[in-house]
Design a protein. Sequence first.
Length: 375
Amino acid sequence: MTDAFSFTLNASDGAARVGLIATPRGEIRTPAFMPVGTAGTVKAMLPENVYATGADIVLGNTYHLMLRPSAERVAALGGLHDFMNWPYPILTDSGGFQVMSLSKLRKLTEEGVSFQSHIDGSRHMLTPERSIEIQCLLGSDIQMQLDECPAIPIAPEAARESMLLSARWAARSKQAFQEKSNSGQALFGIVQGANYEDLRRESLHRLMEIDFPGYSIGGLAVGEGREEMFRVLEFTCPHMPERKPRYLMGVGKPADIVGAVARGIDMFDCVAPTRSGRHGQAWTRNGAINIKNAVFADDPAPLDAKSHCPASRDYSKAYLHHLFKAGEYLGPMLLTWHNLQYYQDLMAGLRAAITSGRLGVFIEKFKSETGEAVV
């Protein structure tokens, strides 16, 4: 344990990296996948089971927690770690993406974004300073600057205007963080610029001048497609600081993660494993399956007989199929657990492959088993 935030780069294979983030609440092995705990819980999972899958860190959502139960209430109850019974590292996003995508009647200005809650219609104002205040009240270990995340495609003039606004908000976020944060907490800047190389480079340069302990790539996984996302990573990652962690926000499916790791990304989050699990989709060594399909009604095999995860190993596909057809809560719970285990096993496999200099072999095996293109 440490009182300071730090990142150590331990091995590389091409652009791919293995490292270790140290925080006062524990270490985070990278490449890392962060299960999404939107409202203070990873849906359908007990915290101890999330940790048992191999997760070193989870993500909490500023927008949802500020609306319900409120950051002030969470702080009064001891902070988000105690509130959700997760004593390990937590990353919180800024809330900006959810404001743009979920709220009603939002209005963007230089000050911030005013919006109407999707829950009860109440009015709120989210500024860089308020976003940091909320994240500090929650007590998260890694926090995000407030940014604007425009959709792709977007005209270059509009993309640059948005990027510059995010850069100005980055400076305000850091100032607020310096005033409100505790020792050992870290604030990441977010690289924007849509899919324009010159704008991504300018955004990164501006953020590096402000100086953050970690850098996120935002504005991807918004419908641009895997090939375009990889293209943006290829012209962005080589210019990011080597000795600081790189976080690709909101990504992704297994093939997205494998391809992004190969291009130099260290951290990921996505609702895919939990959301898919609740709707009957299971990620397996041979790709994704829909357990609700009739072909599984008489299948006595488990999802993964070799797994140490009880959800993967101890229940037949036929039983899981039955649970979903019968509308039983246990079905989504087991499939979510299995999916999170699959993701953490994937990350462990990537770390081992990079450390041993065999990432290429790992990728070829992944491609042959899943049929997915990652390079």
